[in-house]
Design a binder for this molecule. Sequence first.
Ligand SMILES: [Mg+2]
Length: 159
Amino acid sequence: MKYFVPSETYQKISDISLDYLINDKKIKGLIFDFDGTLSIRKKISIETLNFIKKSKERGLKISVLSNNIHLSKALIKILSINTIKKFAFKPLKQPFLKMAKRMKLPPQKIAVIGNNRISDILGANRAGMYSIYIQNMNSFLYKRKISKNLKHIGIKHID
Ligand SMILES: [Mg+2]
């Protein structure tokens, strides 16, 4: 069960402390999930773009690992990330370890950032990487899950 537990949890990417990751955890690279993490409802927020920019300025290597077959070329271009693997078969360990090789970093120096506890967090933990779970409170799936639970206690609707 411990494999499902992330090292850290945040509501959005921009809440992540780069100082903590770099200085305390000795992280040298970030592997991002795409859908629901970098791109939320097919949009990339200014805060996320700034975070990527700051990470690059601090010398972190950045990549995208996605299970999706199609990634929007336009969005990838906006992010200017060149190390990308789509159709990755997360949570298998292999795609994470292969990406570590491409980034020329040992798995322990990499933090995986994703919004799925299975494909991203379980996969990262099994690969020996630091795992950061993005629990996007505004996502459609999250709201659906919450409203289901609220219905049980008599609350019918949330915005
Ligand atoms: Mg995702």
